[in-house]
Design a protein around this ligand. Structure first.
Ligand code: MRU
Length: 364
């Protein structure tokens, strides 16, 4: 499940000096690597969701900024590139965090030296992301082991927080992969995650490739599964955690947290600390992306001949609202699983992580 296994979502080709990503809009039907060779390639990949998932968006943006500085190393170019990248998707704070890492490293350098320094920083951020996610997996595994079940642990997840959403391992799925490697039996309930179906299209694909038993369920069945005692814990990722511990994640996460609390099932959130926004006091200040209504009103798939077809679902003229994320209040979160250990989701619990942020803001 590491870079070395070939299971990564973004790779750097040192010979051709290009970054390549898996085009996630084609999964699970087709595994295609796309080359990103310019700032506009990177912006497009993020905004069209060829790459998605908070940590991967950040790493892609770092490479996008490096591309811009290769073409023009001036302050004006750097500021315009940051603005273009920040404009792609508003919710995942990892994007801003990654750009801050690169600009902090290169701003004091003369323009001709900025590209090399930016590229080195992007590569270091990529390596650091892999290391952080592996550690999240180890800490999360301890929580699963504490359940001490004599049968497979039933984990419910939402959206995709696996290696497709980071560089390798993932956040919420990292403990699952570590459990598999440690011989701890797990089964994952994969909620489909309408409207873009990241659960069904990406998470189920990842888990099947790794040989992890999983079952896809419609989003609306999750409350019933929790009520029937078929879930031992809910494990999700996050796009931004506010300083008070409120968790923003894919739309539908909040309903799972409510149902988990009502049924005394632990609700865990796995994240690298680059996902914590210390400047954001509480969840209501997190910008929530509103996406195209067409994602709700129609659906794309492959026909029997393998051709992509898009079909309408709703009555002609129907209106739809499509917020992509919601906020789960901190009091519904049982624990935050980070690369630095397990913390409670409140200002006191988060406090020790501020010191780590200063350290880890320097790429490893
Ligand atoms: O809209 P997406 O697919 O980018 O949303 C992704 C999520 O909500 C993930 O759960 C989140 O980024 C955590 S990923 C490690």
């Amino acid at each position: 499940m590491t870079d070395a296994d070939g299971l990564c979502s973004l790779r750097w080709d040192p010979v051709r000096q290009v970054v390549e990503v898996i085009d996630q809009t084609l999964l699970p039907h087709e595994l295609l690597w796309r080359q990103l060779d310019s700032l506009s390639d990177c912006c497009r990949a993020i905004s069209t969701m060829q790459v998605r998932g908070a940590p991967l968006i950040g790493i892609t943006a770092a490479f996008g900024l490096a591309c811009a500085l290769r073409d023009d190393g001036t302050d004006a170019s750097m500021d315009a590139a940051c603005a273009a990248l920040l404009n792609t998707r508003p919710t995942a704070v990892n994007l801003r965090w990654a750009l801050d890492q690169v600009t902090a490293r290169v701003r004091a350098l003369p323009p001709v030296r900025r590209y090399r320094a930016a590229l080195d920083t992007a590569l270091a951020l990529r390596r650091a992301d892999i290391a952080s996610c592996a550690r999240i997996g180890e800490h999360g595994l301890r929580l699963l082991q504490r359940l001490e079940l004599a049968r497979p642990v039933n984990i419910m997840t939402h959206c995709n927080a696996g290696w497709l959403a980071t560089v390798a391992w993932g956040t919420a799925l990292a403990p699952v992969y570590k459990a598999r490697a440690a011989g701890v039996a797990v089964h994952v309930w994969v909620s489909e995650t309408r409207p873009r179906n990241q659960g069904m299209n990406l998470t189920a694909w990842e888990l099947q490739r790794a040989g992890v038993p999983c079952t896809v369920v419609v989003d609306n069945s999750c409350g019933q599964l929790l009520q029937r005692g078929l879930v031992d814990c809910v494990l999700v990722g996050s796009d931004r955690v506010a300083a008070n511990g409120d968790v923003c994640n894919k739309i539908g996460t909040y309903l799972k947290a409510l149902a988990a609390r009502a049924n005394q099932v632990p609700f865990y959130v796995a994240l690298p600390i680059s996902t914590i926004d210390w400047q954001c006091p509480a969840g209501e200040q997190i910008p929530i992306e509103n996406r195209d209504a067409a994602e709700v009103l129609s659906i794309a798939g492959r026909d029997a001949g393998g051709a992509t077809v898009e079909v309408g679902l709703a009555a002609p003229g129907s209106r739809a609202l499509n917020p992509a994320f919601d906020v789960t209040p901190a009091h519904l979160v049982s624990a935050l699983i980070t690369e630095h250990g397990i913390f409670s989701a409140d200002p006191t619990g988060l406090a020790p992580l501020r010191a780590h942020q200063v350290f880890s803001s320097r790429p490893m």
